[in-house]
Design a binder for this molecule. Structure first.
Ligand code: G6P
Length: 362
């Protein structure tokens, strides 16, 4: 309950929760590490992952965005096919299920009615479910067969921040555990790499003044904003756009860079802010091309890159972390830019209009 948790010196819970992310990463490492520095996970979860021929991730909102990254992680690392679905759509647009599916529900609160609707339904037809949640005693946790805890601590601000990065961290650990259990060679050590992520997050949360300036420059008067990226960057763009919409009420859209030209580029006008996420060398040329296309139509671009993809003039350079975990770091500047954009516009950061922290109606 909000009243039990102090904001301390922070003006808003959201800012406090953004700053807590390095600590949350370290907490996750300690909770998922055994005495031999190996991944600690229940055998029954390991077995359920082994037995699944396909995984269906079900979630809503920010948790859905974590699920999109989770699909990539599990497919690339554990080589199991994964589909990620929006909870409120799943029952009405149900895909043909595989023979031995495992359902993974991702939910900060564990109370989202749309997700619960799917859980009840798939349990009824005899399938197994794992819930990844920040609230272990929650409905989705109790009604699923297995639970993984995200250990982010209570999240009070309506806009989710630390729960999202915690969900992705746990998904990476789960993916590697599954890969190892199936005998796949795996050099990627998520526990070690998450420690590097924690430091990278800290480096970014130390750059608040810089990010406040970016928000002021690009977003104090604009009515709309685009976030573009390719591959994993695209999923983080969806989350960046959602954050900005939720708390600043600026109409924002996350877009796959290459898809812009098929319609959306018509919206670009003189001064339209476009945030470009360019963290991946294999798509750097492509996304740079897309950014030039919008610049040529007058857009003001703000480019986030890494030292591997950096080009002169980029506004934000992310500290390097393992490729698999880049989304945990690239979202931090987006969270902070959204926070400051909302602040500059005098919005109620922690309690945005029309939104609830957990939505218990379908
Ligand atoms: C609400 C919140 C979002 C959240 C979504 C899913 O709409 O405002 O921030 O992402 O529910 O919530 P869950 O608790 O299931 O992750």
């Amino acid at each position: 309950d909000a009243s039990d948790i102090e904001k301390g010196t922070y003006p808003h819970y959201m800012l406090k929760e953004i700053d807590e992310q390095p600590y949350v990463m370290r907490n996750i490492i300690s909770k998922y590490q055994d005495e031999n520095d190996q991944i600690k996970l229940d055998d029954d979860i390991r077995q359920a992952m082994q037995e699944a021929d396909r995984i269906y991730i079900i979630a809503a909102g920010t948790s859905y965005h974590a699920g999109l990254v989770g699909k990539q992680l599990i497919e690339k690392i554990a080589e199991v096919p994964v589909e990620t679905h929006i909870a409120s759509e799943f029952l009405y647009n149900m895909p043909l299920l595989s023979e031995n599916p495992l359902f993974i529900f991702i939910s900060q609160s564990g109370e989202t009615a749309d997700s619960r609707g799917v859980l009840v339904n798939v349990k009824q037809i005899g399938h197994r479910a794992l819930t990844i949640t920040n609230v272990p005693g929650s409905t989705l946790s109790r009604e699923a067969d297995y639970t993984l805890h995200t250990y982010a601590g209570p999240e009070i601000a309506v806009a989710s921040t630390k729960a999202y990065t915690a969900q992705m961290a746990v998904l990476a650990i789960l993916a590697v555990d599954t890969a190892r259990a199936s005998g796949l060679e795996m050099e990627f050590n998520p526990l070690q790499e998450l420690a590097i992520v924690a430091n990278a997050m800290e480096a970014l949360t130390d750059k608040k003044e810089e990010l406040e300036k970016v928000a002021r420059e690009y977003l104090s008067v604009s009515r709309s904003c685009f976030f573009i990226g390719r591959a994993e960057d695209y999923f983080v763009c969806l989350e960046g756009a959602l954050k900005l919409k939720e708390i600043s009420y600026i109409q924002a859209e996350g877009f796959a860079g290459g898809e812009l030209k098929h319609g959306t580029i018509a919206l670009i006008e003189e001064g339209t802010p476009v945030v470009g996420l360019a963290t991946q060398p294999h798509v750097n040329l492509n996304i740079r091309g897309n950014l030039q296309e919008v610049e040529a139509r007058g857009a003001s671009t703000c480019i986030i890159s890494t030292d591997e993809t950096y080009q002169e003039g980029d506004q934000i350079v992310l500290p390097r972390v393992h490729d698999y975990l880049t989304p945990l770091v690239s979202v931090i500047p987006m969270q902070l830019i959204s926070y400051y954009a909302a602040l500059h516009r005098d919005c109620d950061v922690d309690k945005p209009r029309n939104l609830a922290k957990s939505v218990t109606v379908e």
